[in-house]
Design a protein around this ligand. Structure first.
Ligand code: SF4
Ligand code: SF4
Length: 300
């Protein structure tokens, strides 16, 4: 089938069986996330560490946190029951590239038994430049980077601090480090042939007017998709942009921005912001059928 408007045929060939990237494939291929990576190296104003990273997953849900060994056991059990399983992702509940040892161990264990499964991870990008060549060796073919701003002044309103090289950097200085590393991550991944999707969280009054510029720049640097997600506002779950909290965009605001960015931009509108432990076809979550207590001890 023809790919989305503006996507080159080579990229489309790589993503057409990926349920997250192709509207069509999401009916036929299944994906699962395993929540092995709880640690994170930045603070987003919209995050509450008790819940899943809202960069990729729905905030306010607690996913089952697994060791790499248990995660691998779960993936193999799911692969037996769900023959359409084609993608394994690590989307937190913190940052998959910062909590690197666990991400790497999980992918290594799974690849031994399921060499054809596609691997992807999502990250705020800060730690990605440290692992570019390893990602190639591990045959990770998709990375999702969350980039919410290019301007450090705007970014400083979103990220109160960034933990880098052993210390916390606050305000504009911290934001600047994060933005530089995000661009290094994007360029380094693209240069190595790893597909990059960029997620942006739309935050009214903070970065909404700026996201068209983000869209242009990330596309020019080679991101194959730019996915604008709404801030899901829930003050009880850590949306603390001010004393009164921060609202999310209305559907009309979100649609207007997505339309404005859609020329050649391949926006992905069917992303469901799945849980960090989602299992199954997109739009379904069979995660509860595969919790640890329900897995066999040994999977041969
Ligand atoms: Fe939270 Fe994710 Fe931001 Fe880290 S990157 S602070 S886990 S939303
Ligand atoms: Fe796919 Fe869900 Fe991840 Fe979005 S959150 S990219 S729909 S698995």
């Amino acid at each position: 089938s023809a790919g989305p408007e503006g996507m080159d045929p080579e990229t489309w060939a790589k993503v057409k069986d990926h349920p997250c990237y192709s509207e069509e494939a999401h009916h036929y291929f299944a994906r699962m996330h395993v929540a092995v990576a709880p640690a994170c190296n930045i603070q987003c104003n919209y995050c509450n560490r008790k819940y899943d990273c809202s960069n990729e997953s729905r905030p306010g849900v607690v996913s089952e946190r697994l060791s790499p060994e248990d995660a691998a056991r779960k993936v193999l059990a799911v692969a037996r029951e769900v023959p359409q399983l084609s993608v394994l992702g690590i989307a937190g509940p913190g940052d998959a590239a910062f909590d690197w040892k666990k991400t790497r161990a999980t992918f290594d264990l799974v690849s031994k038994s399921l060499p054809d499964i596609k691997l992807c991870l999502s990250s705020n990008g800060l730690s990605i430049p440290d692992h570019l060549d390893e990602l190639v060796d591990m045959r990770v073919d998709h990375v999702t980077l969350t980039i919410n701003a290019l301007d450090p002044e705007i970014a400083a309103k979103i990220y109160p601090w960034v933990y880098f090289k052993g210390r916390r950097h606050t305000g504009i200085a911290g934001a600047r480090i994060l933005l530089e590393r995000q661009m290094e991550a994007l360029e380094g991944l693209v240069a190595r042939g790893i597909l990059v999707k960029v997620n942006s969280v739309m935050i009214p009054g903070i970065n909404d007017a700026h996201l068209r510029e983000v869209n242009k720049v990330v596309k020019a640097k080679g991101a194959f998709l730019h996915n604008i997600m709404p801030l899901i506002s829930d003050p009880a779950h850590g949306t603390h942009f001010g004393l009164t909290g921060q609202r999310g965009p209305t559907t009309a605001e979100l649609n207007a921005l997505q339309d404005a960015c859609s020329d050649g931009a391949n926006l992905m509108r069917h992303c469901r912001q799945c849980r960090a432990d989602a299992v199954g076809l997109l739009g379904e979550d069979r995660g509860q059928e595969f919790t640890l207590d329900k897995l066999p001890e040994v999977i041969e």
